[in-house]
Design a protein around this ligand. Structure first.
Ligand code: HAM
Length: 417
C-alpha cells in the first residue's frame, strides 16, 4: 500500500529513503516555534481538524475554497478538513473573548489540508505555525506580530541575509482602486489580479485589469514606488527601534490571495528567490464579526508559517542539526548475571530524568556498543563485579572515549545531566 499523493511519512533519523521526511527535524522546528511564541507571551490553543464547510465558503476566498478536502459526513453534514486555521481561531475567539483580557495573543501548530496540485513547496497537508493577536488596531500590534515572525525564523538559524519580509497594505491598494473609480464590489477581484501579477502572463493581467477599468502600467508604477502609508511607516519605525528593520522591505507586489485581509499584509521569502513563500499574514479586522454572525467585533491580525518550505530552505542553507540524540545514555549488559542490577540502574537513571536505552535480550558487547553510537548516546555505562564481589560501574564518554570507574551508587549523580 502506498501513501496518498501529497501526504508525507515522517520517520525518525536516519531517514530510510530520500522522499521521506524527518520527524526529528519536525520536532526541532516545532520546539523553536513554541519557544519563540512563548517569548512573546503567546498562548497555545487548538481546534478541530474537521469543520463545517460553511466556515470557509465566502470567507477565505475562491482559491482556498477550490482546494478544500470536503465531503458529506454520515450525518448528512457538509464538512471540510481545515485548509487554514484563521476561520477556526476567529470562531473560537468570538465564542470566548469575554473570558480573556485583550489583547488576546494565541498560537497553534495545526496540520492543514488543501487539495492542491502537488509541486515543490506545496503538498496536500502541511503543518503551520499560526500566531494571531485580537483586540488591537494600533500599528504597534502589527509590528509585534512581524517581530515574532522574524524571531521565529532567527531561532532556526536564518538571518537577514537568508530571508526578507515583503510588507504591503490592502488599504494602500484599496485607495489606488478607489482613486481610479474602481467598483468597490469588485475590489477583491482586483486584488486577485495583483496577487497573481508575478506568476501570470503580462497580457492576461493587462486584460483582466482593463476589464476592471485599471491600467497595468499604473499598477506597475504604484508597485515600483511602494510609498509607505502612515501605518506602514509606524510599523517600520517600531521595527527599527528593535534593530529588526533589515528584515523588512515595503513591496506592494504583495497583496495576499485570501479574501479577509483588510490592512497591513506581508509575506516572508528567501532572499535568493528560490522557494515559495515561507510565511504569510496580515490584518483581518472584519473576520470575527463575519464568523460570529455580527455578534462580536474584534480587530485581528496574524500569520501562518508552513513547515514544508521552511524545511527545504533550512536544508539548502545547512541549518538542519547534524545529529539528533534520542538517548543520553546506554547501559550495556555485558555480563548477563548482572542484568537485574543493570535494570535497577536503568530505572534510577530514568527516574532522574535521563533518556536511557539498553539491550532487551542478551547480545554481544560490540553490538550493544554500535547501537549506543547509532542512538547518539553521550555516555555508556556497564557494570562489573570487582574481585571482592562489590558492584562497580564504568562510565564512558563517547565523544572522547574517556572512561571512569566508580561505585554503582555514584552513577546517577555522575550522569544526572
Ligand atoms: P497562506 O499564505 O495560505 O496563509 O499560508 C501560509 C504559509 O503556509 C505559506 O506561506 C506556506 O509556507 C504554507 N503553505 C500554505 N499552503 C501550503 C501547502 N499546500 N503546502 C505546503 N505549505 C503550504 C494562511 O493560511 C493564513 N490563514 C495565514 C494567517 C494567519 N493569516 C492571518 N493569520
Amino acid at each position: 500500500m502506498e501513501r496518498l499523493p501529497g501526504f508525507r511519512d515522517f520517520y525518525p533519523e536516519p531517514l530510510p529513503a530520500n522522499e521521506t521526511w524527518s520527524c526529528d527535524l519536525r520536532q526541532h522546528i516545532f520546539a523553536r516555534w513554541r519557544e519563540t511564541a512563548r517569548r512573546y507571551g503567546f498562548r497555545e490553543f487548538d481546534g478541530p481538524p474537521l469543520e463545517p464547510l460553511e466556515l470557509y465558503t465566502n470567507k477565505s476566498g475562491t482559491e482556498i475554497v477550490a482546494q478544500l478536502f470536503n465531503f458529506t459526513d454520515k450525518g448528512g453534514r457538509e464538512v471540510s478538513l481545515r485548509p487554514e486555521m484563521t476561520p477556526t481561531v476567529a470562531r473560537m475567539v468570538a465564542h470566548a473573548e469575554r473570558a480573556y483580557k485583550k489583547p488576546i495573543k494565541w498560537f497553534s501548530i495545526p496540520q492543514l489540508f488543501r487539495y492542491e496540485k502537488q509541486q515543490k513547496g506545496r503538498l496536500r497537508e502541511h503543518f503551520q505555525l499560526n500566531c494571531d493577536l485580537f483586540g488591537e488596531t494600533d500599528a504597534a500590534a502589527d509590528a509585534e506580530v512581524l517581530a515574532l515572525l522574524i524571531d521565529t525564523l532567527r531561532a532556526l538559524g536564518l538571518t537577514a541575509a537568508d530571508f526578507v519580509i515583503r510588507l504591503s497594505s490592502r488599504q494602500a491598494w484599496q485607495g489606488f482602486f478607489a482613486d481610479r473609480q474602481g467598483d468597490p464590489a469588485r475590489a477583491y477581484e482586483f486584488y486577485q489580479v495583483v496577487d497573481k501579477l508575478e506568476r501570470e502572463k503580462e497580457d492576461v493581467s493587462r486584460e483582466r485589469l482593463a476589464a476592471l477599468g485599471i491600467d497595468l502600467a499604473a499598477v506597475n508604477s504604484f508597485i515600483a514606488a511602494s510609498e509607505p502609508t502612515p501605518e506602514l511607516a509606524a510599523v517600520l519605525a517600531n521595527l527599527s527601534a528593535r534593530g529588526l528593520r533589515d528584515f523588512v522591505q515595503v513591496d506592494y507586489g504583495v497583496i495576499r490571495g485570501l479574501a479577509y485581509y483588510t490592512g497591513v499584509v506581508f509575506e516572508a521569502f528567501d532572499r535568493k528567490g528560490e522557494f515559495r513563500a515561507i510565511a504569510g499574514g496580515g490584518r483581518y479586522d472584519n473576520l470575527v464579526h463575519l464568523v460570529s454572525g455580527g455578534k462580536v467585533n474584534l480587530p485581528a491580525l496574524g500569520f501562518g508559517m508552513g513547515d514544508v518550505v521552511l524545511a527545504e530552505l533550512m536544508k539548502a542553507r545547512g541549518l538542519v542539526p547534524k545529529s539528533f540524540h534520542p538517548v543520553d545514555l546506554v547501559v550495556l549488559v555485558e555480563d548477563e548475571t548482572l542484568r537485574s542490577e543493570s535494570l535497577g540502574l536503568v530505572q534510577r537513571l530514568r527516574d532522574a530524568g535521563r533518556a536511557v536505552d539498553y539491550g532487551l535480550t542478551p547480545a554481544k558487547g560490540d553490538r550493544q556498543f554500535r547501537r549506543a553510537l547509532e542512538l547518539g548516546a553521550e555516555r555508556i555505562v556497564r557494570l562489573e563485579r570487582d574481585p571482592a564481589g562489590a558492584l562497580i560501574a564504568w562510565v564512558k564518554v563517547l565523544a572522547d572515549r574517556s572512561e571512569r570507574r566508580m561505585p554503582l551508587e555514584e552513577v546517577v549523580a555522575a550522569c544526572g545531566g
